[in-house]
Design a protein around this ligand. Structure first.
Ligand SMILES: Cc1ncc(COP(=O)(O)O)c(C=O)c1O
Length: 444
């Protein structure tokens, strides 16, 4: 298969300003994907690439699955778009019901967005609206965490804790503070599952709340497992303690489950895996197998009711939304995807496969450059020792080498993050791990 520009015959790369990409470097040696099916991508010249990252933590059911494709095609031909501002269409209600079916009990009010970034901002606005509706409008501070990622919009950038992302946009929303990251390499290196050490990091929330006073704090937003900054798994007991402190002070707990949602940890959500219920839960990506942009925020029914009931009858209760909130194509894909997850028991499949995945990934211990390996269910992080003066370059070269050898991995800094589709088979796991092992042998 040849990729061509229909007008000039040659593919022009300069017009697309690529997101989170070293544009100049990429355009000198582009890596292109043209087609995908199940566990594989295919390059324009037909080379097969095994997907070790479910695209970007999102294609949990594998690529181009027939029922999802068919649902989108049918919907595109039936009704391309319908507004959801003061209007509705049956599928969007059906999609919300399908999502509510898997969210934690009592969290079945669903607000649709188009991305994880929009979910973070939506969730924070819901938290502010809730406190205001209850006469506590002073609660405006949002507490995030260092090395947290909540997307790229202004709210998520501010609450997020990635220095590189924040550097160019300091103080975009000034009312944030941050917990420290739970990552403790010295004590927890090579942990399998939840690390033993670090529950005490949760106590820092008491300090931060004390500093600002609880009457000014609206919400804590954290990823149950931080993915984008390199697979940081919460220490045992940490999330329970964060929950306790939030409850004690009337602070809402927002879980950003954009990568942990829909089976990645063997359950619908990390909230289920950890047994910790947030007040607001953000999801996107795998909600419809990433086939059409879509995100959703699940809200505790009581929080929803407090906001809605505080508004006069006939008034719009929550002044927020997107033209494409509940887009018909995305909604059709949600319904089909959720059905597929159920029928194929994909979440349970993830749980069953995860011990094999864990052993395979930890077999890389002792391989050149590897300084830590950590994993939880179907997520793994392999940390490399950075090159002096050139952080990230070693992982980047490993990533390029793996791609050349037919395996797609994800890197963040010097950490390799693996999150394969949940339809993965054991030989695929072996191939991913062996390719990384071989690549590390060739990279200086
Ligand atoms: C935890 C988390 N939140 C938010 C986002 C942003 O999602 P999106 O890129 O769909 O805006 C991501 C993306 O990886 C994420 O991992």
């Amino acid at each position: 298969m040849k990729l061509e520009n229909p007008h000039t015959g040659a593919l022009t790369l300069e017009h697309f300003w690529m997101p989170y990409t070293a544009n100049r470097q990429f355009k000198q040696a582009p890596r292109l994907l043209a087609r995908a099916k199940d566990m594989h991508y295919y390059t324009p010249d037909g080379r097969e690439v095994l997907d070790g990252t479910a695209g970007l933590w999102c294609v949990n059911a594998g690529h181009c699955r027939e029922p999802i494709v068919a649902a989108i095609q049918k919907q595109a031909a039936t009704m391309d778009f319908a507004p959801t501002f003061q209007m509705g269409h049956p599928l969007v209600f059906e999609a919300a019901t399908a999502v509510a079916h898997v969210t934690p009990d009592g969290m079945d009010r669903i607000f649709f967005t188009n991305s994880g970034s929009e979910c973070a901002d939506t969730a924070m606005k819901i938290a502010l609206a809730y406190h205001r509706a209850r006469g506590e409008a002073s609660r405006r501070i949002i507490i995030g965490r260092e090395r947290g990622y909540h997307g790229s919009n202004f709210g998520g950038t501010s609450a997020g804790g990635i220095p590189g992302n924040r550097k160019s946009f300091p103080g975009v929303v000034s009312i944030v503070d941050h917990l420290r990251s739970t990552h403790d390499w010295a004590r927890n290196a090579y942990s399998k599952g939840m690390p033993k050490h670090g529950v005490e990091f949760a106590e820092e929330l008491e300090r931060i709340v004390g500093l600002h006073d609880a009457s000014n704090v609206a919400a804590v937003i954290i990823e149950p497992v931080a993915g984008s900054t390199g697979v940081l798994i919460p220490p045992q007991g940490y999330l329970d303690r964060i929950r306790e402190i939030c409850t004690k002070h009337g602070i809402l707990l927002i879980f950003d489950e954009v990568i942990t949602g829909f089976g990645r940890l063997g359950y619908p959500f990390a909230a289920d895996f950890f047994g910790v219920r947030p007040d607001i839960l953000c999801m996107a990506k795998a909600i419809n197998n990433a086939s059409v942009p879509m995100g959703a925020v699940a809200v505790d029914n009581g929080i929803h009711d407090a906001i809605v009931d505080a508004a006069p009858e006939g008034a719009i209760e929550f002044m927020h939304g997107y033209t494409y909130s509940g887009h018909p194509l995305a909604a059709a894909a949600v319904v089909a995807t959720q059905k597929l997850y159920r029928e194929e028991h994909l979440f349970q499949r993830a749980a069953l496969l995860s011990p094999y995945f864990e052993e395979a990934v930890h077999s890389l211990r002792g391989t050149r450059h590897v300084i830590d390996i950590r994993n939880l269910e179907m997520i793994a992080g392999i940390e490399l020792e950075p090159r002096p003066g050139a952080p990230g370059s070693r992982a980047y070269e490993t990533f390029v080498k793996c791609f050349e050898w037919g395996v797609l991995i994800r890197i963040t800094g010097d950490i390799i993050a693996l999150s394969p589709p949940l339809i993965i088979e054991k030989p695929h796991i072996d191939r991913i791990v062996e390719t990384i092992r071989d690549a590390l042998k060739t990279v200086d």
